[in-house]
Design a protein around this ligand. Structure first.
Ligand SMILES: [Zn+2]
Length: 235
């Protein structure tokens, strides 16, 4: 069968999948759209994603078909969005709700999010919907995810502080040996002791105490989640 000129080429689909980081672009979904095949020897992959038309390829109910667009415009990557199967189906269920503008905004936000993740930025928007609209499971899930972030952060800070205490202890040992060697306290030795013993300890306490703005935000949201979960009688 001849290919419909309104459909995406494989190269376009791959481009859109890659730009989406092979994740569903629906707000709060982020489902992985590609994964390993169980046959690890073959090195195969399993794809579960769809590349959907933002404005429909052919006239159909609720697919945002625009008659004025050319086939080139319809099959262009700018008219495509990577979604999981559920959300690919969902967007063609109600074109009043899922308008071209709404879907383009999801795509833009998703690509921006992927870009930030790629740059190593940690992400605190989990469900991306207000807590009062989350089910109990979503709330618990979100809270636990954030608790994990806070725990990871405090472990990292503890490890950093431990290293600094170690440096301080090592310096104390060396300075003590030099002190014995010199047979008394020397001004330079005293300055070295301040710098190498005291400063790392001060820095270590600072690291232990100082929470980033990101972590403080997580803690505030965890508190809010706990409050709501208590209200709903879940915890
Ligand atoms: Zn999805």
């Amino acid at each position: 069968m001849a290919k419909d000129p309104n459909d995406f080429s494989e190269a376009t689909k791959t481009k859109v999948f890659k730009r989406a980081g092979y994740q569903c672009s629906f707000p709060g979904c982020s489902l992985a759209l590609i994964g390993p095949h169980s046959d690890s020897d073959g090195g195969g992959t399993v794809s579960t994603g769809e590349i959907s038309h933002i404005s429909g390829a052919r006239p159909a109910a609720n697919n945002r078909y625009k008659s004025h667009l050319s086939p080139e415009q319809r099959c262009h990557h700018s008219n495509a969005i990577a979604l999981c199967r559920t959300h690919a189906k969902l967007i063609d269920s109600d074109e009043d709700k899922y308008t071209v503008e709404v879907i383009c905004a999801w795509k833009e936000e998703h690509e921006a999010r992927i870009s930030k993740r790629q740059a190593g930025e940690r992400f605190d928007e989990y469900y991306q919907k207000p807590y009062d609209k989350c089910s109990n499971e979503e709330l618990l899930d979100d809270r636990n995810y954030r608790l994990g972030l806070v725990k990871e952060d405090s472990e990292q800070r503890a490890a950093k502080a431990f290293c600094m205490f170690g440096i301080s202890a090592l310096a104390a040992g060396v300075i003590y040996i030099v002190y014995l060697f010199l047979g008394g306290m020397h001004l330079y030795l005293f300055i070295a002791a301040i710098v190498l013993i005291v400063l790392p300890v001060v820095a270590a306490f600072k690291v232990l105490e100082e929470k980033s703005e990101f972590i403080q935000r997580q803690e505030a949201v965890i508190q809010e989640a706990n409050h709501r979960l208590k209200e709903r009688g879940v915890i």
